[in-house]
Structures are given as C-alpha cells and as structure tokens.
Design a protein around this ligand. Structure first.
Ligand code: SF4
Length: 181
C-alpha cells in the first residue's frame, strides 16, 4: 500500500507591499488545484482564517517591515512558522518602501500628510500603525530560511519553490527568479 502524501500547512501575510507578490501566487492558475491537494492554507489575506495557528510548516511574508504592526507580524510568523520565506524584493531588500529611508521620518510624514493635503492637513495619530524610523527587509528583524527575489517573483518561480517544499526538498529560487524580475 502506498504511503499517503503528507499535506503541509502554509500561512501567508503581507506587510508593506502592494500585494503583487500574492497576486503572482494566484497566477499559478490551474496549478492552484494541485496546490490545494497538498497544502492547507491556514492563515492568509487570501482565505477566511484570520488566526495564525501555533505551528505552521511554511510561512510566506510579502513586503517590508515599515510599521510597528509589520514588526509584530514578522515576529509572529517567525515564532509560529517552521520554515519562513521572504517573498519578493520588498521583503528581501526593502525595494520601493525602502526608498523612504533616504529621508528623515518627519519629512516623509510632512510630505504625505501636510504638504500634499489641501483639507485638514495633519499627521494621523489614531487608526494607523506607527511608522518605524527606518524600513527594513524581513531578515533585518527575524531570521529567514529562504529568499525569493523578484518584483513580483514570477508565478513559475513561486510554483517551483512550493512544489519543491511539498516534495521535501529545499528549493533554489535563484535558478528561477532574480531581483526586479
Ligand atoms: S516585491 Fe514588487 S510586487 Fe511584491 S509587494 Fe513589493 S512592489 Fe509589490
């Protein structure tokens, strides 16, 4: 009798990004059916479950760490995910969100909330997470097990990474994607 395939659990989140990396994950198209056979997505903006389980096999983080909330999510994922993937250039190197690091935080807030606003210009203090002084890549705040560059990483690259993990192998993303691709 053949051994049943082991299903793995996966959680995904986005920090400071554009959600394009998640869209690229959805772009694996009909292979989503195969993914659903082998993977339980237990927490993600793409599914209803909004409580990160205590123990998850694979965690995918899109986006850079720009706010206190991002920092909390990154730490939570590191704590609960056995294998943590930094997905996309924003997560891997800061990319677009990291461009604000060239300016003092006060200047960034002034530009966004005072200089470019005509009605009631003021920096919000409620209802939005506080910005960190500097944007960091995910590995700037937690250990990361695998880096998948690209803006976004192509769907084929994401599929390669996930199917290798499902097969119990460690993928080599640089065979299938690169920065800015
Ligand atoms: S890496 Fe590119 S596609 Fe992914 S979140 Fe950043 S800007 Fe969007």
């Amino acid at each position: 009798m053949s051994t049943p395939r082991r299903r793995i659990t996966m959680a995904t989140t986005w920090l400071d990004g554009c959600s394009g990396c998640h869209m690229s994950l959805l772009d694996i198209d009909e292979r989503l059916v195969a993914l659903a056979r082998d993977v339980d997505i237990v927490y993600s903006p793409l599914v209803d479950a909004k409580q990160l389980p205590d123990s998850v096999d694979v965690g995918l983080i899109e986006g850079s760490v720009s706010t206190e909330e991002d920092l909390h999510k990154a730490r939570l994922f590191r704590q609960h995910c056995r294998f943590l993937i930094s997905l996309g250039d924003c997560a891997v190197c800061g990319n677009v969100p990291g461009m604000r690091n060239f300016f003092p935080l006060d200047a960034v807030l002034d530009r966004a909330y005072r200089e470019n606003v005509q009605r009631n210009p003021q920096v919000p203090t409620e209802g939005v997470p506080r910005l960190l002084e500097l944007v960091q890549p995910v590995h700037g705040v937690v250990d990361v097990d695998l880096f998948v560059p690209g803006c976004p990483p192509p769907a084929d690259a994401i599929w390669h990474v996930l199917s290798e993990l499902i097969a119990g192998r460690t993928p080599d993303p640089l065979q299938v994607t690169r920065f800015g691709k």
